[in-house]
Design a protein around this ligand. Structure first.
Ligand code: AMP
Length: 602
């Protein structure tokens, strides 16, 4: 079967199909199957339930690229995203499908405004931007949104969490009412629903039905690794396992080929399966894998369908699958027919959020573990060599080498001869240096954790006051608080790792119903200057999930626990001006409770 048939059936053009084929996609993801035909065949606004990682960029990007003709004048489409990382990521992804020669550019806070002005002057067809910087350009009159036909609100709930909703409303007012609005959000808090009501035109709701699936049969673990370290993590796992026999899943054909080539280069017996492999070839590869002539199979989800092999030691999710169902299918290949296997998932920082949804959705107990260290791997290899040696000695199957051994022992002491022989046989395999360093992400689990706190100078904090707060509310002592950084709207502090969760919890109890603290993902993300431009800036702020209310709308996010209110204690809460400007959450809560009670009474 032509692998692109399913994409073609959605109405995509030949040019776009060529671009998809180059990317190595095999089948449309669920959100793509829903969104693409809708965008191509109707002119209605949409609200789509989609998390990051589910292929949502292509879901809106492919049809928009197909529908637009390059004018290189004022923008025809605007994609609003919460962070600069996402702005770059989305721009890159859109560029990779850009068969129409459109001009696509990111416009985000923190980057040179002059460079952006130059790009805008030259003409851009699709702008991918963060709300703060887009608004800056509107105010400077350097961005004309009067020609916008498509507005995409990507990760709308994250933009709400980061305080961008008013900016978005301001931006929306600058656009013609004829534009089509496409809103993508993993959850549907009340504020997003009202944004949709006020600024969208009877949107259709596209929602992927999540099936009730569980995956609790297999031993499931995950490792946090940067994308660039995944390959080295894979080799450590293969090497530490005495008899590794497993399938490694990649989302794309290109990914499969890449992993296979790198493994073969390093001397592993690996083969790849994906949609471009002929049936005859496929059978050959599977035959070898079944006989364990190759012990590592790299496959896409489609290619792995129908493989009936029971005794795998491992299933490795090198990249996360598109949805929970695929995850369950993948890992169901271990633990079959009573065999215990291990399912391992690699999670890069950008996959964390999708992974959170996945874990909740399948209700699986997936444990975070630490990768084997080079020393662990070497110890395992040495053991294996010794066991193999004992086996040969016991079988007395070495007579053909005995005369040579005697010769060597005439010239050298046994230890020297044996050491040289091991070196010859295993070269660098027994050296820890042959395993590149894998940097830890998120936090240094032995030592310190970096905490992001959504209060800053504007809330009256300076380093001294922040230390005071941490001591008073979190029970920390001076020597446990390090590296304080206070910016206009947020701060960072380093605390002992064992206390990090307690600190986050204590701070979040103070904050008038909205979490203000979380463990920061990566210290490199603090590089922004944090200077406010009067409005919420979108430089380097980390998303802080506000209390999620009414999120049952999309049924896989639990509503937040009720938090202690501290408005009148003088402790950090909403800033007074903001609190005035926005309807109070408490009011909403009361009215909802009232509604409930009314319904009960009826
Ligand atoms: P997104 O949800 O848009 O951030 O996409 C997550 C990742 O999935 C990106 O690396 C995409 O290139 C990839 N992707 C998107 N659609 C597909 C597909 N149909 N098959 C395989 N990979 C995909």
């Amino acid at each position: 079967m032509n692998q692109l048939e399913e994409f073609k059936a959605l109405g995509l053009s030949e040019d776009i199909l060529t671009a998809i084929s180059k990317k190595g996609f095999e089948t449309p993801s669920a959100i793509q199957s829903l969104t693409i035909p809708h965008l191509l065949n109707t002119d209605k606004d949409i609200i789509a339930q989609a998390q990051t990682g589910t292929g949502k960029t292509a879901a809106f990007g492919l049809p928009i690229i197909q529908l637009l003709t390059s004018k290189k004048a004022i923008p025809q489409a605007l994609v609003l995203v919460p962070t600069r990382e996402l702005a770059l990521q989305v721009t890159q992804e859109l560029q990779s499908f850009n068969s129409n020669g459109l001009s696509i550019a990111p416009i985000y806070g923190g980057a040179s405004i002059e460079e952006q002005l130059r790009r805008l002057k030259k003409g851009i067809d699709i702008v991918v931007g963060t709300p703060g910087r887009i608004l800056d350009h509107i105010r400077r009159r350097t961005l004309d949104l009067s020609g916008i036909s498509y507005l995409v609100l990507d990760e709308a709930d994250e933009m709400l969490n980061m305080g961008f909703i008013e900016d978005i409303e301001d931006i929306m007012r600058e656009m013609p009412s004829s534009k089509r609005v496409l809103l993508f959000s993993a959850t549907m808090p009340e504020r997003i629903a009202s944004l949709a009501k006020n600024y969208m035109n009877e949107p259709d709701i596209l929602k992927v039905e999540s099936k009730n699936i569980t995956a609790d049969l297999t031993n499931q673990i995950y490792f946090e690794v940067r994308e660039g370290d995944k390959f080295d993590a894979l080799t450590r796992i293969i090497d530490v396992e005495p008899e590794f026999y497993g399938i490694v899943f990649s989302r794309t054909k290109v990914g499969v080929d890449d992993i296979v080539n790198r493994l073969i280069d390093r001397g592993y017996a690996a083969e790849g399966l994906h949609g471009d492999i002929s049936q005859a070839q496929r059978e050959k590869i599977l035959g070898k894998f079944k006989k364990k002539h190759t012990n590592i199979l790299i496959a896409t989800d489609v290619a792995a369908r129908g493989i009936d092999i029971n005794n795998l030691t491992h299933v490795i999710n090198y990249s996360l699958p598109q949805d929970s169902e695929s995850y369950v299918h993948r890992i169901g290949r271990t633990g079959r027919a009573g065999n215990q296997g291990t399912a391992i998932t690699f999670i890069s920082p950008s996959e964390m959020r999708q992974f959170g949804f996945l874990k909740r959705n399948i209700k699986a107990d997936i444990k975070l573990e630490k990768l084997p260290t080079p020393a662990d791997v070497i110890a395992m290899k040495r053991n294996r060599i010794k066991e193999d040696l004992y086996a040969i000695i016991e079988s007395e199957n070495y007579s053909d080498c005995q005369s040579m051994a005697a010769e060597l022992l005439e010239s050298y002491p046994p230890e020297v001869a044996l050491s040289a022989l091991l070196r010859l046989a295993f070269k660098d395999e027994l050296s820890e240096n042959s395993y590149p360093e894998i940097r830890s992400i998120n936090v240094d689990r032995k030592g310190k954790a970096r905490i992001f706190i959504a209060v800053g100078h504007r809330d009256g904090y300076d380093p001294r006051k922040l230390v005071k707060l941490l001591k008073r509310e979190c029970g920390l002592s001076d020597h446990n608080i390090d590296d304080i950084k206070v910016a206009d709207e947020f701060s960072f502090a380093t605390v002992p790792f064992e206390q990090a969760n307690k600190v986050v919890k204590a701070l979040n109890m103070l904050s008038n119903g909205r979490p203000i603290a979380e463990i920061a993902k990566d210290k490199s993300a603090e590089s922004g200057n944090g200077k406010s431009r009067g409005k919420k800036s979108d430089t380097d702020r980390k998303p802080v999930r506000k209390a999620r209310q009414n999120e049952e709308w999309f049924d896989f996010e639990k509503p937040a626990r009720k938090k202690k209110s501290v408005t009148d204690t003088g402790k950090p809460g909403k800033r007074a001006d903001k609190a005035k400007a926005k309807p109070k959450k408490a009011t909403t809560k009361v009215s909802r409770r009232e509604k409930k009670e009314k319904t009960k009474r009826k």
